[in-house]
Write a protein that binds this ligand. Structure first.
Ligand SMILES: Nc1ncnc2c1ncn2[C@@H]1O[C@H](COP(=O)(O)OP(=O)(O)O)[C@@H](O)[C@H]1O
Ligand SMILES: [Mg+2]
Length: 592
């Protein structure tokens, strides 16, 4: 069916040497009107062995001399030899991967047709899920999407190597081909740290919701909706305000359960406030720190009359109680009526304004602190940093999080852009949003899962990095552990992540080890290459050797969903579908 181009001259283990006929050294050959590629490195040849055709990849070539004797004495001729490695065989039309049959000397080698090459890499149930072509033969390869999207996917490569474009190509193709079938069964959430997917990428506008989080503008643009139930949750609050496990989390927990127990009562918050106020000045063991906390509360609730009264109060350190220094001998003794005399009905009559979730949190956290101090549950110094974080974090979080009980309508794709978020918010919010989706999905899913959730994180080192000088140690552990749990446990629940990153070596090894399919673009850093060596068992030496030299948009595709590693040049998307990541064109920018 095809032309013979050479023959086997040596077989050493799985290393096969072929002698290539001289006329086959051209780049392109024609046979029966079909164009065939000549034999060169990284290309495929077939070797006929009985009824089977063994498929080999060319790994190297060299010249060998052959001495022919004639009348004039010795005469050297050179012949071209190539080294090949078998990767599988055709029996009839079906390709089977693996070395079961090896050729023998004198077996003929021939060129494979395009169809044969593409059927090596595409599964039998080929339905045209094409995102690119083999780099050498230029043959379209259809990917086994059935096995690809139910695994965690890693897209790695240096900046500018084409990761974002590959990611966009992969999912654009998925939605182009399967949108109708997927709708209502799966949802896709994209964490977009650079605002690359907020335009017309991936999927039509009506299937896409873009949440642009912005801490720079005054009110924020888009807000991420959380239900009250989710917000008043130990996990959520601990994440948002980075509570430490030892003392701050139990503290938050007391606050949350206190809220829960009195939730049914009307005015429970206002009663709580008034009772706490009274307790601060009538307790037998008063605490100096409560005064400042009460001032903070009065200030943020704009209870100015109260604030005014509090300004005249101070702590008497030998008597260990509060006093009003401007009035002679005016101590807030527990048994006395001083509290009523001084504050009168001012506290009782004060009205707490309507508060949003954050406002309520600030109030409750201060009240909890006062009560805990009075009861001797906590040390001021342990909890105070948390109060400060709430106070400062709130300002930013209010711009990007909204606590409301109307949940956003379901869309196929949700893009959450963190492009305009400050570091503080970038640090906590992705984790919180990931948890939001993960737990919601986990708690609603049946077994086996009838819904799947796909979390796609471009620039994943932002949140999955092991090195971070900014983070506190405990927070870093918590952040990583949470993601690691999601990645480890997620698959059972139909929760899959796709991570793209320029520094795979920085990403938590636990996460990387759970990734089963890889698209690896050009990577040059030794540490990254070393990591690939150690974590990707399906990568062969030849493809590995290529990784530092791949051109833009070319990648090695390997993993458990692919029989054999392949090197693909990913097709470019139309301009309006490409991620907004193009290199700056200085020639344009600096043209006069
Ligand atoms: N498949 C491709 N074919 C050709 N050029 C590409 C391809 N993918 C990316 N490029 C080029 O590389 C540049 C960077 O791509 P990008 O996907 O943003 O890289 P990364 O996300 O790895 O930083 C693009 O602007 C484009 O010029
Ligand atoms: Mg990118």
């Amino acid at each position: 069916m095809s032309i013979d181009v050479g023959e086997v001259i040596a077989v050493r283990g799985v290393k096969i040497t072929l002698h290539i006929f001289e006329e086959s050294n051209k780049e392109t050959l024609f046979y029966e009107g079909k164009k065939l590629k000549g034999v060169s490195i990284q290309e495929h040849v077939g070797i006929r062995r009985g009824l089977r055709e063994i498929v080999c990849i060319i790994e190297g070539e060299y010249l060998d001399e052959r001495r022919t004797e004639d009348s004039s004495g010795g005469n050297n001729r050179y012949v071209r030899l190539v080294e090949a490695r078998p990767i599988g065989y055709f029996e009839g039309d079906t390709f089977t991967e693996g070395i079961k049959h090896l050729p023998m000397i004198k077996d003929p080698a021939f060129l494979l047709s395009e169809d044969s090459v593409s059927s090596i890499y595409s599964p039998a149930s080929d339905d045209g899920f094409v995102i690119g072509r083999t780099i050498k033969e230029d043959v379209e390869i259809s990917l086994p999407w059935q096995r690809l999207f139910n695994s965690h996917i890693g897209i790695f490569g240096n900046t500018g190597s084409g990761k974002s474009n590959t990611l966009a190509r992969l999912y654009t193709t998925l939605f182009e081909r399967k949108r109708d079938a997927i709708l209502g069964k799966s949802s896709f959430v994209i964490f977009d740290f650079n605002g690359e997917y907020t335009g017309g990428q991936l999927v039509a506008k009506e299937d896409k919701r873009v949440v642009e989080l912005d801490t720079r503008s005054k009110d924020g643009l888009g807000k991420f909706p959380l239900t009250a139930k989710e917000f008043w949750d130990l996990e959520t609050l601990s994440v948002l305000f980075q509570a430490t496990a030892m003392t701050q989390r139990p503290f938050l927990n007391r606050m949350i359960s206190g809220r829960m127990s009195y939730q049914g009562n009307p005015d429970s918050l206002s009663n709580y406030f008034k009772a706490t106020f009274r307790r601060s000045f009538t307790s037998a063991a008063q605490k100096p720190e409560t005064l400042d906390l009460l001032r903070t509360i009065s200030r943020s609730l704009e209870l100015l009359d109260l604030l005014h009264l509090l300004e005249d109060v101070s702590w008497h350190s030998t008597q260990n109680k509060f006093q009003v220094p401007s009035r002679p001998n005016f101590f807030f003794d527990p048994e006395s009526t001083r509290y009523t005399e001084y504050f009168g009905s001012q506290v009782e009559s004060s009205v707490i304004p309507d508060l949003d979730g954050f406002g309520e949190l600030e109030l409750r956290i201060n009240l909890q602190m006062i009560n805990d101090l009075l009861q001797g549950y906590v040390q001021f110094d342990h909890i105070q940093p948390l109060l400060k974080r709430v106070e400062s974090g709130m300002r930013n979080l209010r711009k990007v999080v909204e606590i409301s009980d109307v949940s956003a309508e379901e869309t196929l794709v949700t893009v959450v852009s963190f492009r305009s978020c400050n570091q503080e918010v970038k640090k906590v919010l992705p984790l919180m949003i990931a948890k939001h989706y993960y737990y919601e999905h986990r708690d609603s899913v049946t077994y086996p899962p009838e819904h799947t959730l796909h979390l796609i994180i471009d620039e994943a080192h932002n949140i999955l990095s092991e090195q971070s000088i900014r983070d506190q140690e405990s927070w870093k552990d918590y952040r990583l552990e949470t993601f690691e749990e999601m990645v480890k446990e997620g698959r059972k629940f139909g929760f899959f992540v796709t991570i793209a990153s320029q520094r795979p070596a920085d990403i938590s090894p636990t996460v990387v080890s759970q990734v089963h399919n890889f698209l690896i673009h050009r990577l040059v850093n030794d540490r990254d290459l070393f990591l690939l060596d150690n974590t990707i068992s399906t990568l062969d030496n030849l493809s590995k050797g290529l990784i530092p030299h791949l051109s833009q948009g070319a990648c090695v595709v390997t993993g458990t969903s692919f029989d054999i590693p392949m090197v693909l040049q990913i097709d470019r998307l139309d301009e309006n579908l490409q991620p907004d990541s193009a290199d700056v064109d200085l020639e344009m920018l600096w043209s006069d």
